[in-house]
Design a binder for this molecule. Structure first.
Ligand code: KG4
Ligand code: ZN
Length: 333
């Protein structure tokens, strides 16, 4: 079965071809980051319009890269939510339009399911079951993943997502959008312990997170210093923020592994690309004797490959979930 995946929930248009048995044939992405940068964040209307412009050219790209004809595609998978309503509608419309024209079935996929299955596309892929730490711009969750479609939320953020905290910290430190990679790079030049920030909910006893207090603590640190912030002071604050966020993410992941008795941890979502988080988790894995799995770096952030994969796995397990009536709606929340 050859599945076309379409992702358009936020600011990247991603298309990919995944074939059951052979794996990912091709994927292509257009990021709108440059377009949104001057506004300091994603402008939903601009995002929708750009998805419309990019979708079909990207389809040509993935077909050519895989060396297959559109007629060989067996099903189309698209992100049905959560995300920006207009952006989701573009992907859903394109997916249903193509599937209708080709006379093939179509399936809507939960964006987070795509993220949490994305490590299955890596060279070193995890077996089920596993604990998943999902850390993106919109979500921070720990999940028990028993098998495809069998998920249980063990804990989640009560306020901001981890990626959102990175992005807001970036703004406070005068770094651009998106903030995660910039904060990470600046933190690498910070001195450990020069600034210490709180570790929210580290000892709460549950698997929930809270990041809005950490953001406020960053703001307090920034205000304490004279303007303009010198480079070392900014780096020290970035370092303190990253250390605090990573500490909490690692500690809660360890607790989740302990409580479930599982030996495999999967990390997915944009913040899963973070070098400091990966280093800390790898060290903990060696120390505690569990295995940690990541998506390939280019598949950490939003992409069509994870949607094609999730569609193929779902249709293989539940063929009835593939629709032929081309009626669709999206679920922004
Ligand atoms: O998964 P994703 O691409 O989109 C959502 O579904 O939200 O995640 C985007 C988030 C952004 O907040 C971005 O700042 C963060 O992931 N991010 C990072 C890094 N790369 C992306 N955060 C920390 N370190 C990184 N290297
Ligand atoms: Zn995402």
């Amino acid at each position: 079965m050859l599945v076309l995946g379409i992702e358009s929930s936020c600011d990247e248009t991603g298309l990919a071809l995944y074939r059951q048995g052979s794996g990912l044939l091709s994927h292509a992405l257009h990021s709108q980051i440059d377009m949104h940068r001057e506004y300091g964040g994603v402008v939903p209307e601009l995002a929708s319009r750009d998805h419309i412009r990019r979708a079909l050219p990207l389809l040509e790209t993935v077909l050519a890269a895989a060396g297959v004809q559109a007629a060989e595609i067996d099903a189309v998978a698209y992100t049905a939510g959560p995300g920006l309503a207009g952006a989701l509608l573009v992907g859903a419309s394109v997916a249903n339009g193509l599937a209708f024209a080709w006379g093939k079935p179509v399936i809507g996929i939960h964006h987070l399911e795509g993220h949490l299955l994305s490590p299955l596309l890596a060279q070193r892929a995890p077996a089920f079951p596993f604990v998943a730490l999902l850390v993106s711009g919109g979500h921070t969750q720990l999940m028990r993943v028993q098998d495809v479609g069998e998920y249980e939320i063990l804990g989640e953020t009560l306020d901001d997502a981890a990626g959102e905290a990175f992005d807001k910290t970036a703004k406070l430190l005068g770094l651009g959008y998106p903030g995660g990679p910039a904060v990470s790079a600046l933190a690498a030049r910070g001195r450990p312990g020069a600034v210490v920030l709180p570790r929210p909910m580290l000892h709460s006893g549950d698997l929930d997170f809270s990041f809005s207090g950490l953001k406020t603590a960053v703001l307090t640190q920034v205000r304490r210093l004279a303007e303009p912030l010198d480079e070392q002071a900014r780096a020290d604050i970035a370092r303190a923020f990253v250390d605090a966020a990573v500490d909490v993410l690692v500690a809660k992941s360890l607790t989740a592994l302990k409580r479930t008795g599982m030996k495999r941890l999967v990390v997915a979502g944009g913040v899963g690309a973070n070098a400091q988080l990966r280093a800390a988790l790898d060290a903990a894995a060696t120390r505690r004797g569990f295995a940690v799995f990541y998506p390939e770096l280019d598949l950490c952030t939003d992409n069509g490959a994870m949607i094609a994969l999730a569609g193929a796995l779902r249709i293989a397990r539940w063929p009835e979930q593939a629709r032929h009536d081309y009626r669709f709606s999206v679920s922004p929340r």
